[in-house]
Design a protein around this ligand. Structure first.
Ligand code: TYM
Length: 337
């Protein structure tokens, strides 16, 4: 048994990954991975909670797995796998469903927001999505879950569900499930849209101009940043509530150029947008170039990618099945005969 604490996190294979996914999640996974025993999954069961395209799902799954590797996830420390390859995720979700009060799910902000967009077509799966996410985390006895700010409420729900199971079915000093903690960085935890600095950058925004995807070519990155929303004020400042776009773009520049907030504040204080935007464009292109090159190499070698996912699934399955048996025993199921 490894003595390191366990980390689990995941990204949905819905189209491309954007800078928010990278800065809010994957970059942090890469930075902390050597300290932990990590499981990173491509959460393809989550991807069908909104209408999806069956023709692109498998390839999108490959894309996300390849991007994990291209961003620097190292197999020495981390296991990469596809959620739907481990049936325990669906099975634990059912068990957790039956002890999760409906009103806990109805309170979820992301459900309310997504449901609003979909009108009458909202699926039961969309409501149940946070329970599936709880199953993902709890199956691996995760200590820490590195995510962006928008997943905080789902993490709190996961903790509540685990505590409820322990309360109802655990013995004293022998909890059934480990209660995980969120790991949310301050910088980059909430990257905002390029077209509206008050909305988060999101895969589901209908406007492509609102986000920078990790696989965008340099000319497209340039176009998106040149056209992004700014304001007519000269002198760029952080933390001005009247200037959400300015704060977002400076923060992006700060993280990508690895400068301190003070350095960027000083650099930007007398600048106009015409001077600043080329700096940001260069920082984004420079950050993404090595990721894009590596991504292409990995996608050109599907046999390698398949072997990563096959081995990842074998490791994940072992851990997940063990937890599932523990939960079923606690719930009083007759073991398979
Ligand atoms: P998803 O696929 O929407 O996003 C993946 C990760 O990216 C973060 N993120 C952001 N961070 C900063 N700024 C943004 N604009 C931004 N947009 C997205 C998210 O917080 C997330 O960390 N339900 C999850 C996937 C999931 C999961 C899990 C995560 C399923 N099971 C278990 C952790 C553990 C989701 O839809 O993320």
């Amino acid at each position: 048994m490894s003595e390191k604490q366990r980390v689990l996190s995941g990204v949905q294979p819905t189209g491309n990954l954007h800078l928010g996914n990278y800065l809010g999640a994957i970059r942090n996974w890469v930075e902390i991975q050597s300290k932990y025993d990590n499981f990173f999954c491509v959460v393809d069961l989550h991807a069908i909670t909104v209408p999806h395209n069956p023709k692109t799902l498998a390839n999108d799954t490959y894309t996300i797995a390849a991007l994990y590797l291209a961003c620097g996830i190292d197999l020495e420390y981390s296991t990469i796998f596809v959620q739907s390859h481990i049936t325990a995720h669906s099975e634990l979700t059912w068990l957790l469903n039956c002890i999760t009060p409906l009103n806990w799910l109805e309170r979820m902000i992301q459900f309310k927001e997504k449901a609003l967009k979909q009108g009458e077509n909202v699926s039961v799966g969309l409501l149940d999505y946070p329970v599936l996410m709880a199953a993902d985390i709890l199956l691996y006895d995760a200590d820490k879950v590195p995510v962006g700010e928008d997943q905080k409420q789902h993490l709190e729900l996961t903790r509540d569900i685990a505590a409820r199971i322990n309360d109802k079915f655990g013995k004293e000093n022998e909890p059934v499930l480990k209660i995980p903690e969120p790991l949310i960085r301050t910088e980059g935890a909430r990257v905002m849209s390029l077209t509206d600095g008050t909305k988060k950058m999101s895969k589901s925004d209908p406007s492509e101009m609102s986000r920078i995807n990790l696989l965008d070519p340099p000319d497209l990155i340039q176009k998106k940043i040149k056209r992004c929303k700014t304001d007519p004020i000269k002198g760029l400042t952080f933390d001005d509530p009247e200037r959400p776009e300015c704060h977002n773009l400076l923060t992006l520049y700060q993280i990508l150029s690895a400068k301190t907030k003070q350095e960027v504040a000083l650099e930007g204080q007398d600048m106009g947008w015409g001077q600043f935007k080329p700096l940001l464009i260069e920082a984004v292109i420079e950050t993404l170039k090595p990721i894009q090159d590596k991504y292409q190499e990995i996608m050109d070698d599907k046999n390698y990618l398949d072997s990563v996912l096959r081995e990842g699934a074998a490791k994940a399955r072992e851990v997940a099945n063990c937890t599932l048996v523990r939960v079923k025993n606690a719930l009083g199921y007759l073991p398979p005969l």
